[in-house]
Write a protein that binds this ligand. Structure first.
Ligand SMILES: NC(=O)C1=CN([C@@H]2O[C@H](COP(=O)(O)OP(=O)(O)OC[C@H]3O[C@@H](n4cnc5c(N)ncnc54)[C@H](OP(=O)(O)O)[C@@H]3O)[C@@H](O)[C@H]2O)[C@@H](O)CC1
Ligand SMILES: [K+]
Length: 486
């Protein structure tokens, strides 16, 4: 499972291995990507080199491609003397080999454009002619290879600072960066490849969420079993007008394998049976926690006094607990509930989307989105819970400070009820005895993978409905149980 490093962690690694020819390795690795992208394409390669070491990587790549017989031009606005030592050396080697440096580029008929303008050193919106280059790149049809980070994208947060390159491929070095995987990163990176530059893997708190994280819990079922072994999942939610949300959660829990599923619907005039899924037992929400081994509270629950009462009872429930939707809004308003939650032995799971996270953190949604990893970690710390901050590149922050970014899923999940299904998948695993951190990670990964599978079948991303996610997730989960880590 790849480590994700923040900018300062990458800097530390670079310092620790300062004696190694890292820029040469980065340029060589990127040249390999460029050669694959060029394949049979004829014509000249344009390398846009910035003033720092990202530009230096570009000069190495240019030299290597030229040695391989490609025609290459490097555009660089900085003077060699203004560049940092490694980059200056790479530029000198390029020129010593007969390579040209121009300060401007004209025309648009390039076989490939290499974006080596800014990497992890970008701290403010690109200015002047660099900004102009980035704008012009967006109008060109040639494939674009970004080195380390698409220029204009913040490597830690995935924010576009002013404007950012939209790459066809991003070759990133040493370790994965959070900004490539969350917020705007996935829309700007194109295909993503990681090149370790032969540095040893680091123990880091951040990882890319893959199946190996929860592989130990993927145990195929034995033959001699009965439903009582797979737990009792309870869902509390579904106020008037929102009953469907609770049903979506309950159905997903059933399809994730919970032995029995109870639905505690708050709408007094609500249904007594789910005719589409009659296996779900609809009961009064009041006593549900006595029947259940795991609870999910919040989908469609509303913010009424009855809802608040239910939440207080649920937080006192000693088993695994997931809070979503309106339960999060109520939680954000109540310091008593917050301290009760923080005192729980079994960490609760919170599943906010960015606006719910903003309510939990008493800040604006834009503050949450501006640094999703830090916000998820801060929520996990403040609420002493495991958290998933949903959205493109969902961030899972665990109570012990570890964090993960999920790479499955697509825009099809931006649909009504999708979050309710996620809660149900996680609840179903909790009911079966999965440890909360593993249940959360697996549920998030599975939910995204189900959407990807459906999109591959033409069911989405446009028009994907939440009801379709759980059956697809069930199919994948059964495959994973057979394959293990796979
Ligand atoms: N060090 C190593 O061991 C290795 C490093 N590697 C590579 O180096 C990259 C990091 O290099 P880096 O630290 O030099 O930063 P980089 O991204 O090139 O940009 C900094 C330059 O841009 C400038 N600048 C910033 N913002 C600006 C703006 N808005 N508009 C205009 N200018 C702006 C900034 O100027 P300043 O802020 O100092 O005024 C500075 O001159 C990394 O991503 C990887 O590709 C690999 O080779 C592996 C080994
Ligand atoms: K770049």
């Amino acid at each position: 499972m790849s480590a994700i490093l923040r900018r300062e962690e990458v800097r530390l690694m670079e310092l620790r291995h300062a004696g190694l020819p890292l820029m040469e390795r980065a340029g060589q690795a990127a040249a390999g990507c460029a050669a694959r992208m060029l394949a049979a394409r004829q014509g000249c390669v344009l390398v846009l080199a910035g003033p720092g070491n990202n530009g230096g990587d570009g000069f190495v790549l240019a030299r290597v491609l030229r040695e391989q017989g490609h025609e290459v031009i490097v555009a660089c606005l900085a003077e060699g003397a203004q560049m940092p030592p490694d980059a200056r050396q790479a530029r000198a080697a390029w020129q010593a080999a007969g390579g040209q440096v121009v300060s401007e580029f004209v025309g648009s008929n390039w076989a490939l454009i290499v974006d080596a303008i800014f990497g992890i050193g970008l701290k403010r919106p690109p200015e002047g002619r660099y900004a102009d280059w980035i704008a012009r790149l967006s109008q060109m049809s040639a494939p674009v290879l970004s080195l380390d980070v698409p220029s204009g994208l913040d490597a830690d947060t995935g924010r576009v600072l002013g404007a950012a390159v939209r790459a066809s491929h991003t070759a990133t070095f040493i370790a994965m960066k959070a900004g490539l995987l969350t917020l705007n990163g996935p829309d700007h990176c194109g295909e993503l490849s990681l090149h370790s530059l032969d540095l040893p893997a680091e123990a880091a708190p951040g990882r890319v969420l893959g199946r190996e994280f929860f592989a130990a819990a993927l145990l195929p079922r034995a033959a001699n079993v009965h439903k009582g072994l797979f737990g009792q999942a309870g869902v509390i939610g579904g106020a008037t007008g929102m009953v469907g949300a609770a049903l979506l959660t309950a159905r997903a829990a059933l399809m994730a394998g919970a032995g029995r599923v109870y639905g505690g619907v708050l709408d007094a005039g609500g249904p007594v049976v789910d005719f589409m899924q009659p296996e779900i037992m609809l009961r009064a929400a009041t006593d549900l926690h006595l029947l259940c081994s795991a609870l999910a509270v919040g989908p469609g629950m509303g913010l009424s006094e009855i809802a608040a009462q239910q939440l207080r009872r649920a937080v006192a429930f000693s088993g695994p607990l997931l809070l979503d939707a309106d339960a999060l809004t109520l939680l954000g308003q109540s310091p008593q509930l917050q301290s009760a939650l923080a005192r729980r032995d079994v960490p609760a799971i919170l599943t906010p989307h960015p606006a719910e996270a903003a309510r939990l953190m008493q800040c604006a949604t834009s503050d949450v989105q501006n640094d999703r990893v830090s916000m998820a970690l801060e929520m996990a710390r403040r609420y002493q819970s495991h958290v998933v901050l949903k959205g493109a590149g969902s961030v899972v922050a665990l109570r012990d400070g570890r964090w993960l970014i999920n790479t499955t899923g697509n825009a099809g999940l931006a649909t009504a009820g999708s979050g309710d299904v996620l809660s149900g998948l996680v609840l179903g695993l909790l009911a079966q005895g999965w440890e909360p951190a593993l249940a959360l990670a697996a549920g998030v990964h599975l939910h995204g993978a189900a959407a990807d599978w459906l999109s591959g079948q033409g069911v989405g991303p446009v028009g994907l409905t939440a009801s379709e996610i759980a059956p697809a997730a069930r199919r994948l989960l059964n495959m994973w149980l057979v394959q293990g880590e796979g």
